[in-house]
Structures are given as structure tokens and as C-alpha cells.
Design a protein around this ligand. Structure first.
Ligand SMILES: Nc1nc2c(c(=O)[nH]1)N[C@H]1C(S)=C(S)[C@@H](COP(=O)(O)O)O[C@H]1N2
Ligand SMILES: [Mo]
Length: 356
């Protein structure tokens, strides 16, 4: 298994992944809810072909009353709409050195959508999870080969996490039927956890008696400093803030130019560990910081929080940064800590600008 690129330039394989899995352009941070098509995308294999009429969700395993639900069965149940910020665990990967070989995200693997669906808990209560069950395995209809193993995309979650009231089986996104690339006809949404947990193209939920050892649990998505370590599982989203890069970009380099004077910098911050409590702004590459103004929190705690900061820009070269702290005291680091998979790099954003 290839894991680390020892070359500086992006490889053809990484480019191939990047062309399929797009990010959210950072200027889209201006929208409270990310408009359709601007939400980031991460698809390990291919978008599967699914006949929504023939499709069924099967709930089985250590379950008292196994279920087989059609899309219309699900639509007829009590539904909930919730704004949730999703972020890929690989966000920030391409800023690590050496760069782990995978989807080469810079900072744009994030988005917030209004997901509509059925609370997973309601379905589980109807089905009845047997006392011997330890986890639920969520199986997608997409298949591929990863780490030389052919597999369906599958992830597990503990019964306790699955029973949280905010976990959804979603069939709509921003008021529209779920689009193919985001998991139609049904996907899991687990607020607060990195995106890999929110299994798309969901076909089966299986209650199992012991820890599930599938590839996406035991091999992928673990913090390792060496490929031979077992490592810790990647779970909840670490705090992060991002700003809309101010001024105008140069086409090829995307470096920023703007006029001296007062500018309002705008961004968003989120964390799956706790609520966002503070965002700071720096114009000198993190040497000095000042508090940004936090906008009122979103009605749904699972959505990002807006912030802004006035900046008196004088002529010269500046490096703008922002840094979030959440209610657990977790703060974004100035420097990234490296791991084999390139996960959860929440080091502060750096935006070089030329003020003229
Ligand atoms: N079945 C399936 N579910 C999946 C994936 C996948 O490849 N297959 N990718 C996961 C990853 S790594 C992320 S970050 C999110 C991305 O969700 P989005 O494409 O709707 O933004 O979906 C997750 N669910
Ligand atoms: Mo991801």
C-alpha cells in the first residue's frame, strides 16, 4: 500500500482523485447553508447505479424485528430537518509534509447542508436492538478495491452514538431529493463526526456483537505515526475556522491582492468536540492575535458559526490567519501534526495577501 509521497509535486493519481472529488470554494463560506453543487464531495469508488423504486433499507443482525423499508416507507415517517456541517477527515492533508498519498485536500473539504430524514433512533427503537449488540454496521452500495481488498464502503458506530437524537437517515438535502453524488436515495448523517462516518448509498444496517473490523474502521481512518501501528480511531471533528480570502486572486497562483484601508473579514468556525467559543484573527502570520466577533450561533448546534473581524490593512505583504477555540478548550494549532493517513490536520489557515 502506497502511503507517503516522497515527491513535492502532485501525482497523476492525486490529480485524478482531486478532479472527481471537488471542494467548496472558500468564497462559499459566505452562505449559511452551502448552495447545491458547492458542497464538497468525497467518493471513494464510483457513484453506484441504484433503482430507487426497487431499493430497500434492510435492518438486521442482532435485531428483534428485522425491517425492510422502502423510500416511501421512510418518507411517511416523522421527519426532521437539521443543518449539519460535514468535513472530510482528510481536509488539510495536502498541507502536510511529507504529503500522504490520497485525496489532496487543501482546506476546502467542508460544507453545511440542511438534511431531511428520519431519526435513526426511531427506526432502531421500532426494530429493537438486542442487548448483545455492540455496534451497528452501515453498508453502502458502492464497491471498490482499497488496500488490495475488494469491499463495499462500510463503517460502524457504537449503539450509544447511533441512538443520539441528531443522527439522521437522510433522503433530502437543502429541500431537494438527495443528489446521486451525495448518496441517493438514502444516507447516514452523523453530526460532529468527520464525514467518513456518514455512509452514503445506504443499503443495510446490521447490529453486530463485537467491534467491526472492516477496512474503513481497522485499516483506514486511524491516527498512526508509523504504518505498522494499530493507531487510534479518527472520530469527531477537531475545531477549525476558515476565512473567505479577501481581495481578488491572481488567476494561476491564486495569491491575493487588495487595497489598503478597512476591510471586514468574514468566515465560519465549527467543532465536533464542543461549541465554538472564540475565533481570533492575525495579520502577521500568528505572531499577534485579536478576537473576532462571533455571530449568533445557528439554531442547530451541528452547524458552523459565522464570525467577522475588522481589519485596518496598510500597504505591504501580510499573512492572515484565523484560529478557533471550542468549549472543551481545544484550540487550533499553529503547526500541523503529521500522521500516516493525513487526517484531521486542523492547523490554522494562512492566507498571504499583498496590500497595495
Ligand atoms: N458509501 C459511501 N459513503 C461515504 C463515502 C463513500 O465513498 N462511500 N465517503 C465518505 C467520506 S470520506 C466523506 S468525507 C463523506 C462525504 O460526503 P459528501 O460527498 O456528501 O460531502 O461521505 C462519506 N460517506
Ligand atoms: Mo472524507
Amino acid at each position: 500500500m502506497k502511503s507517503v509521497a516522497d515527491v513535492a509535486g502532485i501525482t497523476r493519481e492525486e490529480l485524478q482523485l482531486a478532479a472527481r472529488n471537488h471542494g467548496m470554494p472558500l468564497e462559499a463560506l459566505r452562505y449559511d447553508v452551502t448552495p447545491p453543487g458547492l458542497h464538497y464531495l468525497l467518493i471513494h469508488y464510483d457513484i453506484p447505479q441504484i433503482d430507487a423504486d426497487a431499493w430497500r433499507l434492510r435492518v438486521g443482525g442482532l435485531i428483534t424485528r428485522p425491517l425492510e423499508l422502502s423510500l416511501s416507507d421512510l418518507r411517511q415517517r416523522t421527519t426532521v430537518t437539521r443543518a449539519v456541517t460535514l468535513e472530510c477527515a482528510g481536509n488539510g492533508r495536502a498541507l502536510l509534509e511529507p504529503r500522504p498519498l490520497s485525496q489532496p485536500w487543501l482546506l476546502e473539504a467542508v460544507g453545511t447542508a440542511e438534511w431531511t430524514g428520519v431519526p435513526l433512533r426511531d427506526v432502531l427503537e421500532e426494530a429493537g436492538v438486542e442487548p448483545g449488540a455492540a455496534e451497528l454496521v452501515f453498508t453502502g452500495l458502492d464497491r471498490g478495491v482499497e488496500g488490495e481488498i475488494e469491499q463495499a464502503y462500510e463503517r460502524s458506530l457504537s449503539i450509544d452514538e447511533s441512538m443520539r437524537e441528531d443522527v439522521l437517515l437522510a433522503f433530502a438535502m437543502n429541500g431537494q431529493a438527495l443528489p446521486p453524488q451525495h448518496g441517493a436515495p438514502l444516507r447516514l448523517i452523523v453530526p460532529g463526526w468527520y464525514g467518513m462516518t456518514s455512509v452514503k448509498w445506504l443499503s443495510r444496517i446490521t447490529a453486530v456483537g463485537e467491534e467491526f473490523g472492516g477496512y474503513q474502521m481497522a485499516t483506514s481512518y486511524r491516527f498512526r505515526s508509523d504504518p505498522d501501528e494499530v493507531g487510534e480511531a479518527v472520530t469527531r471533528i477537531r475545531p477549525r475556522s476558515l476565512m473567505i480570502p479577501p481581495g481578488i486572486p491572481e488567476f494561476l497562483t491564486r495569491s491575493r491582492v487588495l487595497d489598503a484601508g478597512t476591510h471586514t473579514l468574514v468566515g465560519r468556525a465549527w467543532s465536533g468536540l464542543g461549541a465554538i467559543e472564540r475565533v481570533e484573527f492575525s495579520q502577521d502570520d500568528g505572531a499577534t492575535w485579536s478576537d473576532a466577533r462571533l455571530h449568533p450561533p445557528h439554531r442547530d448546534a451541528s452547524a458552523w458559526r459565522g464570525w467577522s473581524s475588522e481589519w485596518a490593512a496598510s500597504a505591504g505583504e501580510r499573512v492572515l490567519c484565523c484560529r478557533a477555540t471550542d468549549s472543551t478548550g481545544a484550540m487550533q494549532p499553529l503547526e500541523a501534526s503529521w500522521n500516516v493517513g493525513g487526517y484531521a490536520n486542523n492547523a490554522v489557515q494562512r492566507v498571504p495577501v499583498l496590500v497595495r
